[in-house]
Design a protein around this ligand. Structure first.
Ligand SMILES: Nc1ncnc2c1ncn2[C@@H]1O[C@H](COP(=O)(O)OP(=O)(O)OP(=O)(O)O)[C@@H](O)[C@H]1O
Ligand SMILES: [Mg+2]
Length: 785
């Protein structure tokens, strides 16, 4: 797209913010005023003005946001340039840098990333080893203390040396918290593993301890951009400072009214201090909201005004006036689900909205179940983001633990998880011996396993043989890791580890669902490899796959399969997103604001969270609350949230309209039935029309079994599509302009075909998946006649 053309898509203030590129700058503006748009257009502008894509670093809050931004930029400057941008979350960008520089800080490039459950389990083990009481030294609490220290760049040594920390620990009756922190760090290092916070800590340390490396990156990144700056924490802020010393070209955008992550160490002061740190920084303000109706914007303004701490802003909309926001009151949580599901049906049937135009936002993950059930009953497809996500399920974690060992056998948590799964007669006593030896000698469990005698382990013959068998099994995977492609090795591991035998033993519903999940995982690896091959990479390793999945966040959700679905997510995850229709549910005291919001500071943060929720809506926003709710195993009776009273009533529709009132009646009947029949919670988290199972009927696979991708469309070859539409037989020119249907990305148009032979590739604009470049050799699409 020509430059003048895209600059015309900005208003005057936005254009100024895009065109100023001579020094540090800060854009502070209300929700929906185009902050992210400014970043996106600025990057396109930089690329058009001499910046190489690899010299631009853009940091976003979620992987999804990064992907969307990249697609948008690709539309403006072409995918060839957009793909080389350094764009992603803090964690994904830093893990990329750390993998390249790992040796300098005492890790290897194949380090694994511990998720929150891994960290907690390690802390639990340490508490036990130190013979402390885990009712006093609660692993969750210790974990958040360690995380907090890391996000403030407080090392274990500094922690131990700090009188303030010691006093605080003493007051909390956990004087040895600092020792746990120290041991925790040592153990992660021995396991060649980092937790999420370490990705920040070690990047900071890498740059501080190796000024030449820091200088190199600071010189490389000629421009640094940060979205959602209000939610960066101290460590992130410091790294951004390190990276911008050289060129001092930095643009951050944010909204203090949307700062909602203080519990994770985000510090609103970063935004306020920016002009102190970058003295010559220019401040830009954007005031026009392009997202929402006037009513929604005014309602949100009237709410946030009730917060004392905020930078004054005047946010207005020139969109349609819009309707007042309906507030509905349900008798129960189940009925609230009914009301929302009914309204979604209506929006779909009468309003012409697709399901993906609707989102249900709640305060806590636990609330999703009710809405899942209501939507399932109506046959409405939905997708839940966050909560117990696919990758947190037991069987998936088991398989992934084997994958992790194949890539990094020193990984302690993965080791402990699978040493006796599937059961191979290695009990806790033996494991404890291994752990003791490893801790004493400061080595990993894997090292002890390799030479048990050298580390003084006394084992009987039988146990020694079992350990040897486990060692050989893992060693086999390790030797395959650098050679075999991810899909082949993944299948090998699932089979040879004994997991398949274990979960295909019987056809209990639990096992059937596990089987499906493992099939889904393997086909996910297949898709991952195919996508990367299509994009021109070859020989995709398990390590590549792992580094991607270990960075998935709540917002990434499960696999995207082009089915239009209602989104279900927490408000935290919805930050930065927008939907035509938004349902903010569970507006009750004790839930939103939550019971822990018992002081003005956290109450203001909860109010900002509500502000974020309302401002996700474009055309319609619906608020609801339930008079009774099943929580903590019992029925609770609640009052409407005080936040409802914070909104000027002239923007609300109280009581709800006729249509909703009628649904209340229907729902009430259903509610009584539910009470009589007891509460049933569904197991399935994502729902659509479903697909065939790989093992069809869950039978034991016969060796040698080859997993096949369960998609309806398979890789295009002359046998799977009519010859006339096979990609292989069409000349490059004749593909251009053709409508195609891709196995994963759905429908699209071929814009360009270039290259020759094996490198021949097509640029395709997909209806729902943006612009992609696909190597025709691997392309999995068919041409629509
Ligand atoms: N000048 C404009 N003309 C037309 N549409 C615009 C303009 N500026 C922004 N928009 C649209 O308004 C919506 C909100 O923009 P954007 O997401 O960039 O806002 P934001 O300030 O980043 O919001 P949030 O605070 O929620 O992150 C988007 O759909 C965007 O495309
Ligand atoms: Mg934004």
């Amino acid at each position: 797209m020509a430059e003048s053309c895209y600059l015309d898509e900005l208003n005057e203030s936005q254009r100024k913010a895009v065109l100023y590129n001579d020094g540090p700058m800060l854009v502070i503006a209300g929700a929906g005023s185009g902050k992210t748009r400014v970043l996106t257009y600025k990057i396109a502008y930089l690329l058009d003005h001499g910046y190489e894509p690899w010299s631009v670093l853009a940091l976003t809050f979620t992987n999804k946001a990064a992907r969307e931004m990249k697609e948008r930029i690709a539309r403006q400057v072409g995918i060839n340039r957009a793909r080389y941008l350094w764009m992603g979350t803090f964690h994904s960008i830093f893990s990329r840098i750390l993998r390249m520089e790992a040796e300098k800080i005492g890790f290897t490039s194949s380090f694994t990333i511990y998720d929150s459950a891994d960290s907690k389990s390690l802390i639990k083990a340490i508490v036990k080893e130190l013979q402390l009481d885990d009712k006093v030294y609660k692993p969750g609490m210790i974990q958040s203390r360690i995380s907090n220290a890391k996000n403030h760049l407080v090392s274990p040594q500094a922690y131990a040396a700090s009188a303030e920390m010691r006093e605080a620990d003493k007051a909390a009756k956990i004087p040895l918290a600092g020792d746990i922190y120290l041991r925790y760090c040592e153990r992660c290092r021995q396991g060649n593993a980092m937790d999420f916070d370490d990705l920040l800590v070690y990047t900071y340390r890498l740059f501080r301890e190796h000024p030449d490396v820091c200088k190199g990156y600071a010189a490389k990144f000629r421009y640094v951009l940060v979205d959602e700056y209000q939610d960066t924490n101290y460590a992130q802020h410091c790294i951004v400072l390190q990276l911008t010393q050289e060129h001092r070209r930095i643009c951050v955008v944010g909204d203090d009214a949307q700062s909602i992550y203080s519990f994770r160490g985000a510090n609103i002061d970063n935004i306020l201090n920016f002009t102190r740190q970058y003295k010559d920084a220019l401040l830009f303000k954007l005031e026009q909201n392009y997202r929402s109706t006037q009513t929604i914007v005014k309602a949100a303004n009237s709410l946030i005004e009730k917060n004392r701490q905020q930078i004054q802003k005047n946010v207005f909309s020139e969109n349609d006036k819009g309707e007042p926001i309906p507030v509905s009151c349900a008798y129960s949580d189940v009925e609230e689900g009914e009301i929302v599901a009914n309204k979604i049906v209506e929006l779909h049937r009468r309003g012409g909205y697709a399901y993906h135009d609707c989102a249900v936002l709640y305060r806590t993950n636990a609330q999703s179940r009710i809405f899942e059930e209501a939507l399932r009953r109506k046959g409405i497809p939905y997708q839940v983001y966050g909560g117990l996500s696919f990758y947190q399920r037991k069987e998936i974690k088991d398989v992934i633990a084997y994958f992790r060992l194949a890539v990094n056998p020193n990984d302690e948590e993965a080791f402990k998880r699978v040493i006796n799964y599937p059961a191979r007669g290695i009990g806790d006593t033996t494991l404890n011996k291994l752990v003791d030896a490893a801790t004493k000698q400061h080595v990993s469990l894997w090292e002890v396993l390799n030479e048990p005698l050298a580390y003084g382990l006394s084992l009987n013959k039988g146990t020694a043989a079992k350990l040897q068998a486990f060692r050989d099994l893992i060693a086999g995977f390790v030797s395959g890791a650098p050679e075999k492609d991810a899909y082949t090795l993944g299948q090998d591991i699932v089979r040879r580890s004994g997991i398949i035998n274990d979960i295909y033993q019987d056809r209990t519903p639990e096992n059937l669902s596990r089987q499906e999940n493992i099939e889904e995982l393997i086909s996910g690896i297949h898709d991952f490899c195919s996508d990367r091959e299509e994009e021109g990479d070859s020989h995709i390793l398990l390590a590549d796959y792992l580094s991607e999945v270990s960075l998935l966040t709540d917002q990434d959700g499960e696999k995207d399969d082009n089915v239009s679905k209602v989104t279900l997510m927490t408000i935290h995850s919805a930050k930065g997103l927008e939907f035509p229709n938004v349902f903010v549910v569970g507006m009750e005291e004790g839930l939103f604001p939550g019971i822990s919001a018992d002081n003005p500071r956290s109450l203001e943060e909860e109010r900002r969270l509500f502000y974020v929720a309302i401002t996700r809506a474009e055309s319609h926003c619906y608020l609801s609350y339930a008079k009774s709710r099943f929580r903590y195993g019992k029925m609770e009776f609640g009052n409407p949230s005080r936040f409802l009273r914070d909104i000027d009533t002239k923007f609300l529709c109280l009581p709800a309209g006729e249509q909703l009132a009628r649904q209340v009646e229907i729902g009430a009947g259903r509610f009584r039935k539910e009470i009589a029949g007891g509460f049933r919670r569904p197991e399935v988290r994502s729902y659509d029309t479903g697909g065939p199972s790989m093992f069809d009927g869950g039978e034991m696979p016969q060796e040698p079994h080859r997993f096949v991708a369960p998609r309806k469309l398979r890789k295009i070859d002359s046998s799977s599509v009519p010859a006339s539409s096979s990609v292989g037989q069409m000349s490059g020119d004749s593909l251009e302009g053709k409508h195609i249907e891709h196995e994963r990305f759905g429908r699209g148009v071929v814009e360009k075909v270039e290259g020759a032979g094996d490198n021949r590739k097509a640029t395709v604009r997909f209806e729902n998946a943006g612009v992609k470049q696909l190597l025709l050799k691997f392309a999995r699409f068919k041409v629509c006649e």
